[in-house]
Design a binder for this molecule. Structure first.
Ligand code: ARG
Length: 458
């Protein structure tokens, strides 16, 4: 018998039960559901709907139930449809008649919306914290390899030399935007739906502002129908996570390339690589491939929920129960990848010699020659054309660009630009990839991390 069976003459068919029950996955919400229920119970007391003794009895009962979950000894009854009903059923078992008062002026519709917001609010901080840890891991690779540089690529063709720290910070900045986005989401979703009831509020004298404050929400809902219908915050969270996943997939792809024999820019620790079941020599960067591959399901979870929400009539519809599994799945998977990638970067050995050889490719100096001509008053388009001709000559005659420049008296004075590491030094504009601009960027990155860390703590 379920808690709502009053108007029914037969019990639910087993196939509907299997379809309908959500306890099997929503039991992980127990802590936040009890938190919301405690605030609700305090609200009932403040509104004169529960006596002092009843309040105290319910608080103790709810603590006892939470302890049962914490210790893993909570027993689900066959009729517990979801976590909300399981907790109410157990409260009534433990506290008797007063337990049966818990649901006064509340519906599972405002209850689940409240519980899920409380859960998501904490989860956002967890994801943000793990993302900041990955930012630190990226930064440390640069610290461990001071002065290391590699070719920067566009179209995956060698373009200009860049400091390793500059390259890895490019990933760090994208992750910092993700953290900023998670913090924005937390601010926006921090509104209490508790007190909206099934959809229209109640005739009883409750005060949603009171319970909102108890739960640390910025304010209570303004519209009860919106309060029980709204899952924007879940969709936003799934987007935030999908975006992180996309950033992680780009880092994963890069690690796959860097650890290939063809690039050989990096080696991962044995503890972050896997072997082959057939080929004894293999050392595979599976961690990077999974980081790349997980993006698919993270985007899928977002897409799935958006499609569920599309066209839903006001207000609560059971379709909304489909919000939880994608949310839990995305959270679990993004946290797995964030932690594993942080460890991977800690384990990474950068092959600075090999990367510098690639970055000292004479063609990467072409732009610097053109810019020297510009400094001497040659219009850029003309300089580009002139150097382009030198490149063409080098390619067709199979001679290094350096030798072509040295042999041509109009350009021979620029030959020192081909010295090892010189092109990197030329990248001096603010935010650029060379060592001159690096300290300013390091300062800004450090400030951004500090600021976001404070924002998450507030
Ligand atoms: N398990 C349900 C969910 O996750 C709780 C709300 C059920 N409400 C209802 N009217 N059947 O959405």
């Amino acid at each position: 018998m379920t808690l709502w069976s009053g108007r029914f003459s037969t019990s639910m068919d087993a196939t509907l039960w299997d379809l309908s029950e959500s306890y099997s996955f929503d039991h992980v919400l127990y802590h936040h559901d009890i938190m919301g229920t405690k605030a609700h119970v305090r609200g009932l007391h403040a509104s004169g709907l529960l006596s002092e003794e009843e309040l105290e009895q319910l608080m103790v009962t709810l603590d006892d139930i939470e302890a049962e979950f914490d210790r893993g000894v909570f027993v689900r009854s066959g009729s517990d449809e979801d976590i909300h009903m399981a907790i109410e059923r157990r409260a009534t078992e433990l506290a008797g008649d007063v337990g049966a008062k818990i649901h006064t002026s509340r519906s599972r519709n405002d209850q689940v919306a409240t519980t899920l917001r409380l859960f998501t609010r904490d989860a956002l901080v967890q994801v943000a914290t793990a993302t900041l840890q990955l930012v630190r891991a990226l930064h440390e690779v640069g610290e461990r390899n001071p002065g290391a540089y590699l070719p920067g690529y566009t179209h995956l063709q060698r373009a200009q030399p860049v400091l390793l720290s500059h390259h890895l910070n490019a990933h760090a900045w994208s992750l910092l935007r993700d953290v900023d986005r998670l913090a924005d989401n937390r601010d926006r979703m921090n509104v209490s739906p508790l007190g909206a009831g099934a959809l229209a509020g109640t005739s009883l004298p409750i005060q949603p502002a009171f319970t909102a404050e108890l739960l640390g929400f910025k304010e209570p809902f303004a519209n009860s129908m919106d309060a029980v219908s709204d899952r924007d915050f879940v969709a936003e969270t799934l987007f935030d996570i999908a975006m992180i996943g996309i950033h992680l997939s780009r880092m994963g792809e890069e690690l796959v390339l860097w650890t290939s024999a063809e690039f050989s820019f990096a080696t991962l620790g044995d503890d972050f690589t896997t072997g082959s079941s057939m080929l004894p020599q293999k050392k595979n960067s599976d961690v990077a491939e999974l980081a790349r591959g997980k993006a698919g399901r993270l985007v899928g979870n977002l897409t799935g929920l958006l499609v569920t929400l599309k066209g839903l009539p006001l207000s609560y519809n059971r379709d909304l129960q489909e919000d939880k599994e994608p949310l839990f799945d995305s959270l679990r998977n993004v946290l797995l990848v964030l932690a594993a990638l942080a460890g991977t970067y800690h384990s990474l050995t950068f092959n600075a010699t090999r990367a510098a050889e690639a970055a000292d490719d004479p063609f990467l100096v072409a732009i610097d020659i053109a810019e020297k001509l510009v400094e001497e008053g040659v219009p850029f388009r003309q300089a580009h054309e002139e150097v382009g001709k030198l490149v063409g000559e080098a390619v067709s005659s199979h001679v290094s660009l350096r030798d072509v420049v040295e042999a041509n008296e109009r350009y021979a004075r620029f030959v020192n630009l081909f010295e090892t590491g010189t092109a990197l030094q030329q990248r001096r504009s603010p935010g650029g990839s060379g060592p001159i601009a690096a300290p300013e960027q390091a300062r800004r990155l450090h400030d951004a991390v500090e600021q976001l860390t404070r924002r998450l703590e507030s």
